[in-house]
Ligand binder design. Structure first.
Ligand SMILES: NC(=O)c1ccc[n+]([C@@H]2O[C@H](COP(=O)([O-])OP(=O)(O)OC[C@H]3O[C@@H](n4cnc5c(N)ncnc54)[C@H](OP(=O)(O)O)[C@@H]3O)[C@@H](O)[C@H]2O)c1
Length: 168
C-alpha cells in the first residue's frame, strides 16, 4: 500500500507558515495510530515542522540537501524515483506519503489509498492540497469525528481506495 494521509480544511488548505493551521489532537491521534509501525515519506519542510523524526516509524525525507543535514536514522532520498524503488523492494510494507504539496502532486499516480481528514472550517492558510480526481477512488470508510473541548471543529475521517489508474 502506498497511501496519502493528510488533513484539509473546507478550502483544501493544509498549511500555514510552515505548520498546521489548526490544533486538532483527534487528527494527530488518527495520524499516529495509522502510521505507527510503517514508513512515512515527508518533504523537507514538512519534516522540519516535526522538529525530530517521528517515533516507531521509518522516516524518509525527500530533499536536495545532503544526508548529513538530517538526524541519524532518517533515510534521505533525492528523487521520487528513489522512493519508488525503495517501495518496490519492500512490497508488503505500508508507505505513507505525508506531504507537502509537491510530494502529493508527484506521487498521486502511484497512490493506492487516500486517508483524508476534513475539518469543516475556513482557516488562514498558505498551502493547499493539489487537486485529486476522486472518480479514480472509491470511499471505503467514513467516520464522523467527535467535537469536544480539545477538538473544536466538526471533522471527519475518510479512507478511499484506488479503483482506476490515474490516466484513465
Ligand atoms: N495538513 C496536512 O496534512 C499537512 C501535511 C503535510 C504538510 N502540511 C503543511 O504544509 C507545509 C509544508 O509543505 P510544503 O508543500 O510547503 O513543503 P514540503 O513538500 O514539505 O517540502 C518541500 C521540500 O521538499 C523537498 N522535495 C519535494 N519534492 C522533492 C523531490 N521530488 N525531490 C527532492 N526534494 C523534494 C524540497 O526540499 P529542499 O528544499 O530541501 O530541496 C522542497 O523544498 C507546512 O505548513 C506543513 O505544516 C500539512
Amino acid at each position: 500500500m502506498l497511501a496519502f494521509i493528510w488533513a484539509e480544511d473546507s478550502n483544501h488548505g493544509i498549511g500555514y507558515q510552515g505548520q498546521l493551521p489548526w490544533h486538532m489532537p483527534a487528527d494527530m491521534k488518527f495520524f499516529k495510530d495509522t502510521t505507527t509501525g510503517n514508513t512515512i515519506v515527508a518533504g523537507r519542510k514538512t519534516f522540519e515542522s516535526f522538529k525530530r523524526p517521528l517515533h516507531n516509524r521509518k522516516n524518509i525525507v525527500l530533499t536536495s540537501r545532503d544526508e548529513k543535514d538530517f538526524p541519524e536514522g532518517v533515510v534521505v532520498y533525492h528523487s521520487v524515483k528513489e522512493v519508488l524503488e525503495y517501495y518496490t523492494r519492500q512490497p508488503s510494507q505500508k508507505m505513507f506519503i505525508i506531504g507537502g504539496v509537491r510530494l502529493f502532486e508527484e506521487f498521486l499516480p502511484y497512490a493506492t489509498d487516500l486517508y483524508r481528514t476534513t475539518i469543516d472550517h475556513e482557516f488562514a492558510v498558505d498551502t493547499y492540497m493539489p487537486e485529486i480526481d476522486y472518480n479514480h477512488f472509491m470511499l471505503s470508510d467514513f467516520v464522523e469525528g467527535k467535537v469536544d473541548e480539545k477538538n473544536k471543529y466538526p471533522h471527519h475521517f475518510e479512507h478511499f481506495m484506488r479503483v482506476e489508474p490515474e490516466n484513465e
